[in-house]
Design a protein around this ligand. Structure first.
Ligand code: NAD
Ligand code: UD1
Length: 309
């Protein structure tokens, strides 16, 4: 296997650390650039000589250049993943979520690194395409600084592709869940919150009627795609949705969770979140044309793994 490390920006986080484990299992060396704002050292096997952690901020251009030197490819996951945090503090999240991407592009250009896999989001569609499977050329309607930074990052990656020969693979993730997703904030992913509360027997609050749907993908299924993108012989123009094209309502997800934990705690209902998207589901035809999704993890199995059962 290649000795030059793959740089994983945001590699100490939920998706990043699951990716790191799979890359190591395939024999890769990894260099992680992470400010540990939500990521954790404990997510990483730091005693493995093939793992290097550089603690720092992607908004620091000089540091990103140092981290890039000698790498074979980049997976850029570093971002403030909470949409609400970007609404509360657009200036500081812009540093991570946009300036960080620009720094990655510049550092790649300087170091001659070509391949970058980027984590964009279904949030770029806003409410467009709601109720149907969303195709990639659906008009974009970013409603938050988070979505605007992701979309701007996509455009900049495309600029560096055209002008400087970068080979970006841009994925728009839908709702990812699985082990190591941090449940500690009220704005954490819904499955991480509900699973933790179900396990502790604490009441669960559904915002709205619970009939809103999401296209949930288990992190292990996503990681298989990310690795193929690192290894793909050529990059593709345009972004690619990553989801299963399956709509699961919160109530259906809770039924599956109930099967795993035995008995669910009390469920209460609160007002729907302002600006919440009602239905979000990926048309994943492009993904299936270009990558092998393979057998995907049913929700009850994914939830059982998340809860270590
Ligand atoms: P996460 O918070 O667990 O991971 C993000 C990682 O980036 C963390 O380790 C954090 O410490 C690090 N980070 C944040 N700001 C940084 C900065 N300025 N410099 C260096 N490191 C920084 O979240 P996640 O769910 O693993 O998300 C990974 C990526 O996927 C993010 O870009 C997120 O926007 C995107 N995404 C996630 C989902 C989802 O459902 N989880 C959906 C769409 C897109
Ligand atoms: C999620 C991601 C976002 C990504 C988007 C792409 C997280 C934290 N957010 O946003 O980064 O860009 O998918 O599709 O991973 N809910 C409750 N009770 C709770 C918490 C949430 O009912 O305690 C509801 C919400 O109101 C919403 C649904 O669950 O209707 C999903 O919420 P959430 O997990 O925060 O995800 P998204 O907003 O879809």
């Amino acid at each position: 296997m290649v000795d030059a490390p793959v740089l994983i920006a945001g590699g100490a986080g939920f998706i990043g650390s699951n990716l790191v484990d799979s890359l190591l299992a395939k024999g890769y060396a990894v260099r992680i650039l992470d400010d540990l704002s939500t990521g954790k050292r404990s997510n990483l096997a730091l005693d493995n000589p093939k793992v290097e952690l550089i603690e720092g901020n992607v908004a620091d251009a000089a540091l990103v250049k140092r981290a890039m030197a000698g790498c074979s490819a980049v997976v850029h996951l570093a971002a403030v993943a909470s949409v609400q945090a970007s609404v509360d503090d657009p200036v500081s999240t812009h540093q991570s979520n946009f300036v960080g991407t620009l720094n990655v592009c510049e550092a790649m250009r300087e170091a001659g690194v070509k391949r970058v896999v980027f984590a964009s989001s279904a949030a770029v569609y806003g409410n467009n395409g709601e109720g149907e499977s969303i195709v990639e050329d659906t008009p974009k309607a970013p409603l938050t600084p988070y979505a605007s930074d992701k979309l701007a990052s996509e455009y900049y990656l495309d600029f560096y592709r055209r002008e400087h020969g970068l080979e970006p693979v841009v994925f728009r993730f839908f709702n990812v869940y699985g082990p190591r997703q941090d449940p500690s904030s009220p704005y954490s992913g819904v499955i991480s919150i509900f699973s933790e509360r179900a396990e502790k027997g604490l009441p669960i609050t559904i915002f709205g009627d619970g009939l809103q749907t999401r296209d949930f993908i288990y992190v292990g299924d996503l990681v298989r795609i990310l690795i193929q993108a690192v290894e793909a012989p050529q990059a593709e123009e345009g972004a690619i949705n990553v989801g299963l094209n399956q709509a699961t309502s919160l109530k259906q997800m809770l039924d599956a969770l109930g099967e795993v934990v035995g008995e669910l705690p009390a469920i209460t209902y609160g007002p729907a979140r302002a600006g919440d998207i009602r239905h979000s589901r990926a048309d994943n035809s492009r993904l299936l044309q270009r990558f092998t999704l393979g057998e995907t993890t049913p929700m009850n199995v994914g939830l059982a793994r998340l809860l270590g059962r």
